[in-house]
Ligand binder design. Structure first.
Ligand code: ARG
Length: 566
């Protein structure tokens, strides 16, 4: 908002539109250099004047025209200071208004987000957790910019491994065990299958046959398969509920089974398919990539061709303008190959398919072991975080009525924020104690700052976050207050940046900066102190309420709840 105002004001002086000017404006690294600055170097050539002379001239003109801004020239930069109290009132009032930070930039554009996408009958791994958290934040952030978002859980529910599972189940399965702990029992069956297949290689053929039957739609196979899918999904849904994640669709790989043939025929028509030791491949030498395997020797389909069918379906049936694949960096080559084959098929829209990769998470230097084969591994992490949160809450606010509920919000929030505050490509080493701490760069710190403001408002008898009385900016002229107001104005840009880069990180960092600035303001003088007049209290509480509103909204965009008391 600050940059917006500055660009509108300055535009006529430099003969540009506000839009053109906006990209040239900067927020100086230090407040003492001003609130907004314009580097004058780019104008030097056309104006045939030195940047210093240009800055000097602009400063003179602006100072003559306006008394709510002070302009200075320094080292070829024009630095602006927003002086008038009306700016402070206006910025705070705007920040308190409905839908603050939202825009309609994405209106009319449909984005399909492929996220989470765990594999049936396998543990919900840490990679799937990251995809779920990053994907969930992106879905909410895109929606905040007016995009029409459709998110799909592209469940891994197809492939030769289901032949193995079915064969193993028919031979050694235990229905009760499967119902009790589906993932564990499925893993046991896989292990058993591989052990027996060493001794009896014919089992592999049986498994292939079983999957081939499944692909042809054999009713008995289908029923067994469905059973595995349903049981696994029950487990996955528990995690989704805790994380507050919902999907528009669970159309997984199996959904595309009958959509693969037309793709293969098309590839044939275009003479893109080649025979390679019995298998069918698309060569991608010119693209500098290894060939993309399309059909196996036995004619069964694989991951890549299902992804081709999936992308085409999303474009043609779901009318996607853009497709995001929130999947670990280890699948980069796979997606590059899929997008390259789409381009070879003449689908220019492949340029709008984006792999959104991310790195690994480790816990205290160790990869989270999924060998125990339970979704529970992940649930254990969430449980431990919630328990730690509960311990802190017991100390800090022993009388809180809904402690368990709050501890859950804080524990889960700690994990989600601990992930999202990093660039997603980085590997993250998680330290639970640090992540759950109420101080430092953590989710709980933001939640706590928010709750503290809510309590401040309650004490001042402003139950709701909205303060309707007029804000008098004259009471917000101290350096810490102004720094906080300025940061408040950056919310919309933070959301834009997060969407532009597909990096929820941008909003996470923004919220940390806002909370820090607020706490500095808060600690700089009592808001409800004695002797303060009503207008001053209202103005300061309004700033506090605006910060709380943005913290709450921003956390919610990241998929984190913000309890009013903690
Ligand atoms: N199920 C896959 C895995 O766990 C991820 C699927 C990602 N989405 C996709 N369209 N390929 O590796």
């Amino acid at each position: 908002m600050l940059l917006h105002h500055a660009s509108v004001i300055l535009a006529p002086y430099v003969d540009l539109t506000p839009g053109e000017l906006r990209a040239k404006l900067e927020i100086p690294p230090e407040q003492k250099l001003g609130d907004v600055s314009l580097p004058c170097f780019p104008f030097a050539k056309t104006l045939r004047q030195s940047p210093a002379v240009i800055a000097e001239r602009l400063a003179g003109q602006i100072n003559a025209d306006r008394d709510d801004l002070r302009a200075e020239s320094a080292g070829g930069y024009l630095n602006l200071v927003f002086r008038g109290a009306h700016w402070r009132s206006e910025f705070v009032e705007r920040a308190l208004s409905e839908g603050y930070g939202r825009s309609a930039d994405g209106a009319g554009r449909r984005v399909v987000v492929d996220m989470s996408s765990p594999n049936i009958a396998k543990p919900f791994g840490i990679g799937h957790l990251r995809s779920t958290m990053i994907g969930n934040a992106l879905v909410r952030l895109y929606r905040a910019m007016g995009y029409d978002v459709y998110n799909v859980n592209h469940i891994g529910d197809w492939g030769t491994q289901f032949g193995k599972l079915i064969v193993a189940y028919l031979k050694w399965g235990d229905r009760q065990a499967l119902e009790r702990a589906p993932i564990q029992e499925s893993l046991r069956l896989y292990v058993e299958f591989h052990r027996q297949a060493e001794l009896e290689p014919a089992l592999e053929d049986e498994a292939r046959e079983a999957f081939a039957k499944l692909e042809r739609g054999d009713a008995a196979m289908r029923e067994l398969w469905q059973y595995f899918v349903d049981e696994s999904l029950k487990e996955f849904r528990r995690v989704y509920e805790r994380l507050g994640v919902a999907f528009d669709s669970y159309a997984g790989e199996s959904f595309y089974n009958d959509k693969v043939d037309p793709v293969v025929r098309k590839l044939e028509e275009l003479s893109l398919l080649e025979e390679d030791a019995g298998a069918r491949i698309v060569r991608l030498e010119e693209e500098g990539m290894p060939p993309c395997l399309v059909l196996k020797k036995d004619g069964s389909t694989i991951y890549a061709v299902r992804d081709l069918a999936t992308a085409i379906y999303r474009k043609e049936e779901l009318k996607a303008d853009e497709i995001l694949y929130v999947v670990g960096a280890e699948q980069s080559l796979h997606f590059q190959q899929v997008f390259a084959v789409l381009r070879k098929m003449g689908h220019e829209w492949a340029a709008n398919c984006h792999h959104v990769p991310f790195g690994l998470i480790t816990f205290a230097g160790k990869k989270m072991s999924t060998r125990k084969g339970k979704v529970v591994m992940l649930e254990e992490v969430l449980n431990e975080a919630a328990e730690r949160a509960l311990r802190i809450i017991n100390e800090k606010s022993p009388d809180l009525p809904n402690k368990d509920e709050v501890a859950e919000a804080v524990g889960v929030g700690a994990i989600v924020f601990g992930d999202l505050k990093h660039h997603r490509q980085l590997s993250v080493d998680f330290n639970l104690e640090e992540a759950v701490s109420f101080d430092g760069e953590t989710g709980p710190y933001l939640q706590y700052t928010h709750a503290r403001i809510c309590s401040l408002l309650r004490r001042g008898s402003y139950e709701e976050l909205r303060v309707d009385r007029a804000v008098d900016g004259a009471h917000l002229s101290s350096e810490p207050a102004w720094a906080c107001v300025k940061t408040l104005t950056g919310y919309e840009s933070a959301i834009r940046e997060a969407v532009r880069l597909n990096e929820p990180y941008a909003v996470a960092r923004y919220l940390l900066a806002l909370a820090k600035d607020f706490n500095r303001f808060y600690n700089s003088g009592k808001i409800l102190g004695e002797g303060a007049d009503e207008a001053e209290i209202v103005s300061k509480l309004s700033l506090a309420a605006a910060v709380a509103g943005v913290l709450r909204d921003g956390l919610q965009l990241l998929g984190i709840r913000a309890p009013r008391e903690m």
